[in-house]
Structure formats: structure tokens, C-alpha cells
Design a protein around this ligand. Structure first.
Ligand SMILES: NC(=O)c1ccc[n+]([C@@H]2O[C@H](COP(=O)([O-])OP(=O)(O)OC[C@H]3O[C@@H](n4cnc5c(N)ncnc54)[C@H](OP(=O)(O)O)[C@@H]3O)[C@@H](O)[C@H]2O)c1
Length: 274
């Protein structure tokens, strides 16, 4: 009989991280889940350990305790957040917080896990990007920048890790009805007096509508669990509704002007600015 495989999952206390962790558990994986709100112990058939991906000491402690349970055949990184706001009114500190969690959090985790995977002769590293890793959306600049950073970084990592039998996969979800508003604060400077207030209100209403009416997070979890079971995993896996797949193609193949017209119309209800 095959030995049970182990996956370490970050950001597994809610949203797509939780759904992915549960699907992997249901698929027979031993799941070691990490999040700041966990305090150790077993819950729902998963080992739930405290982890703050912005804190190197917390990461080292998580990895040490997780390894005592079982070393990682796979690492799935879902921890993330966003700050909604205009580019002008999102502070450098707010940009830093998003980059620190979404992008540097993955960099830190990989720096701990790569030596372990090299020593054991391979492994799979899965990083949650987003459709926003491929295209910008108004008032999500900090998040979009962090996901673009992940996309570029993952391409480099994939090339470097290959000789060690380590496979890398980017997951690019479209909107899923999984995220919690808790992880989507508004930039502190956004107010009704903002010069962007009217467009900000319609764009954030559209963003909220798209997420609450988004795809099924359980399905995403199950799809990923099936993919991770394969010997070879793809470098990119986009899991999105047909219209969001189309948006990515439009973004790639149409010119910037037409693309801006479509996106501004969709998010702000307005056509190209003067
Ligand atoms: N939902 C969507 O439609 C969608 C679309 C595209 C991509 N994504 C990506 O999918 C992932 C999950 O997003 P979601 O919206 O489904 O979930 P979410 O509800 O926003 O959950 C975020 C998760 O990240 C954890 N987290 C936040 N900061 C952390 C930190 N410093 N250290 C460790 N864990 C941290 C949270 O747990 P604690 O607070 O307990 O730490 C929580 O489990 C993210 O990477 C997101 O960018 C989501």
C-alpha cells in the first residue's frame, strides 16, 4: 500500500485555503494546516498549527512542528489579503502589508521548505495567484501588484527547482464565493471626500457582487486535490468562470485602449475618461 502523502497548507482557516485543505483531507492526504487563528491540535481530521507568514520565527516554528508530524510532499500556499483603495490614497504601509503577506509570505515559506524538499528528492509547491496576477482591476492595486510579483517569482522558482524534482504550480482563481470581508479592508484614507469616491463606490460594489456570486469554492478544492494527486502537475492552473477566462484572453490579445474601455465600463459604469 502507498504511504499516506502529507501536504502543508497556509491560510487554511477560511476561504479557498480551507476548502482546498478539506478536499485534500477527503482525498486521503494528511493535512497540516497553518493560520494565525490556529493554536495547535487536531480539528476536523487536520493538524491545525499557528502560522503567521509575515513572521520568520513563526514560520520556522510552524515548519519545525509540522515536520515532527510529517515532512511535506506538497506545500499549498493560500494565505492572503487585500486592501481596497485608489493608488493615490493607499499608503505605502498598506502596500507593504499586502506585499508582506501575499508575496513575501510565500518567499519566506519557500525558503524554509525548499531545503527539506531538496533533501527528500522532490515535492510540489503550489502558490495561489489570481486572475489579478494577470491583469489589473481598478482599486485593487496593492493586491494586483502582489499577485503579479508571485507570477514572476514562480516562473524563476520553477526553472531553478526543476533539477531537484520540485514541481511548482500557480493557481489563478477567478472570483469564488469564499473570501471573508475581514481580509478586504478599505485603505484608511478612502472617504466620501475622495476625488475617486463615485468610481470607488461602483467598483467596490461590482467587486463585492462578483465575489458573492462567484464560483463554488468546494469545486476548486476538489479540482486542486485531483491535480495534486497527479505525478506531473501543470505550471499554471486557472480556475475561473468562462467570462473570467475570456477577460484574460481579451486582456492579452486586445490593445490597452480597448481593454481599458471594457474594464472601466465594467467596474465604474463609465467609458474611457476624457
Ligand atoms: N476568494 C476569491 O475569489 C479569490 C480569487 C482569487 C484568488 N484568491 C486567493 O486565494 C487565497 C485565499 O483567499 P480567500 O479569499 O478564499 O480567503 P480569505 O477568506 O481571504 O482567507 C485568507 C486566509 O489567509 C490567512 N492569512 C491572512 N494573513 C495571514 C498571515 N499573515 N499568516 C498566515 N495566514 C494568513 C487567513 O487566516 P488567519 O486570519 O487565521 O491567519 C485566512 O485563512 C488568497 O491567496 C487569495 O488571494 C481568492
Amino acid at each position: 500500500m502507498d504511504r499516506q502523502k502529507t501536504v502543508w497548507v497556509t491560510g487554511a482557516s477560511s476561504g479557498l485555503g480551507l476548502h482546498t485543505a478539506m478536499a485534500l483531507r477527503d482525498g486521503g492526504w494528511r493535512v497540516i494546516a497553518g493560520a494565525r487563528s490556529f493554536d495547535g491540535g487536531e480539528k476536523d481530521g487536520m493538524f491545525c498549527l499557528r502560522l503567521d507568514v509575515t513572521d520568520e520565527e513563526s514560520i520556522r516554528e510552524f515548519c519545525r512542528r509540522a515536520e515532527e508530524i510529517a515532512p511535506p510532499d506538497a506545500l499549498v500556499q493560500c494565505a492572503g489579503m487585500l486592501v481596497l483603495g485608489s493608488c493615490e490614497e493607499t499608503s505605502a504601509e498598506e502596500f507593504r502589508r499586502v506585499m508582506d503577506t501575499n508575496y513575501l509570505g510565500m518567499v519566506r515559506m519557500n525558503r524554509e521548505v525548499l531545503p527539506r524538499m531538496r533533501a527528500q528528492g522532490g515535492g510540489k509547491i503550489v502558490m495561489f495567484s489570481s486572475i489579478n496576477g494577470l491583469m489589473g482591476i481598478p482599486f485593487q492595486s496593492a493586491y494586483t501588484a502582489s499577485k503579479h510579483a508571485i507570477e514572476g517569482y514562480a516562473e524563476c522558482l520553477m526553472l531553478e527547482a526543476k533539477p531537484f524534482g520540485i514541481q511548482v504550480m500557480l493557481v489563478e482563481p477567478g472570483d469564488h464565493r469564499s473570501g471573508s470581508d475581514k481580509y478586504r479592508p478599505h485603505a484608511a484614507a478612502m472617504s466620501e471626500k475622495s476625488p475617486y469616491a463615485a468610481e470607488y463606490a461602483s467598483a467596490t460594489a461590482q467587486i463585492h457582487h462578483d465575489e458573492t456570486n462567484g464560483s463554488d469554492p468546494d469545486k476548486l478544492g476538489r479540482k486542486l486535490a485531483r491535480t495534486l494527486d497527479r505525478k506531473r502537475i501543470p505550471f499554471r492552473k486557472r480556475i475561473a468562470s468562462p467570462d473570467q477566462h475570456l477577460a484574460v484572453y481579451i486582456h492579452r490579445f486586445l490593445g490597452a485602449r480597448l481593454n481599458a474601455w471594457i474594464l472601466r465600463k465594467y467596474y465604474t459604469g463609465k467609458e474611457q475618461a476624457k
